[in-house]
Design a protein around this ligand. Sequence first.
Ligand SMILES: Nc1ncnc2c1ncn2[C@@H]1O[C@H](COP(=O)(O)OP(=O)(O)OP(=O)(O)O)[C@@H](O)[C@H]1O
Length: 359
Amino acid sequence: MSIVINVDIRRDDFYLPVALTLPASGVTALFGPSGCGKTCLLRALAGLDRYPEAHISFQQTVWQDGRLCVPAHLRDTAMVFQQADLFTHLDVAGNLQYAERRVPSHRQKVPLQQIIDKLGLEPLLKRSVEQLSGGERQRVSIARALCASPRLLLMDEPLSGLDRDSKQRLLPYIETVCREFSVPIIYVSHALDEVARLADHLVLLERGQVIADGPASGMLTRLDLALAHDHDAESIIDATVESHDAQFGLSYLASCIGRLTVTQAALPVGTKVRVGIAARDVSITLTHQQQTSILNIFPGVVEQIVEFNESQVIVRVAAGPQSEYAVPLLARLTRRSSETLQLQPGKSVFVQAKSVALL
Ligand SMILES: Nc1ncnc2c1ncn2[C@@H]1O[C@H](COP(=O)(O)OP(=O)(O)OP(=O)(O)O)[C@@H](O)[C@H]1O
């Protein structure tokens, strides 16, 4: 099941050739700097802008094949923009009901109450739009988009107008939408922290060019891409809450590289989470250290080493139980340490993560 996009985007002197096959599940982030063409690509997918000779299909449905073009309102997509465009003359409930009424009768509707419950909107239903905070408005916008029972949700920097706290509060709701309603999301952003938290698949754009695309954990740690060279570069790991240790204020997570230890999280056992490990917080040893304060230590094998600056290198290690090194992790070390340990591709090592953060 995939989304196929073949389109040459032309806007005055801007040109972006796109040939992508994306998964029709999970969150796919379109990531890149301002002006690289993220919104243009999203609009082409939504059918808001048309380009001749394009081929766009969603699962088995062809949305455009050259001149044959399904108009935007028949593509079963819904959009959430940077600024919530809610009807100000209606209260929150009115906005949701309006969207729900517009779903064509042949389409299966997502029950409105389910959307209200999952997005925690019950206390806001009678509020006028003007009485909502920025974060609440965006939450209502997401709910309204869901009321349209879309097969694909398109989000254009939905968090960029919000402060840090509002953003942190809204992010879990976006995950909820994708998981609980099984709606794939195409998510435009130029914020690396949002992408690390949300994306399953990542499309990297630079001005007028699709640089690369692939599963997010691999893309964030590819040493030939700029993301791994960012000062705040991190590796991501999907995990499940396994148990809590109240005595020490810790939580233990099951992941495919082994058991992770994090600061105790108020999450039920079984909750799916994602953790981030900053490259600057990872060190490498040749033997499994026993007498150390570090709790997160995993075996791995060095895949690649590149220069970060004149004194530091970035090492990409495939970590996990031997014979199935599954997860790429980045470590930023001094060049001197790398030479002292004689690190080279293929060498077996242990990665030690000083800090593992729930995203
Ligand atoms: N309607 C238009 N007419 C002419 N040029 C346009 C039009 N829309 C976009 N462009 C140009 O296309 C390029 C890509 O724009 P786009 O909005 O897709 O970038 P973006 O990556 O979404 O940027 P941002 O993160 O700032 O929103 C830019 O150079 C922009 O000026």
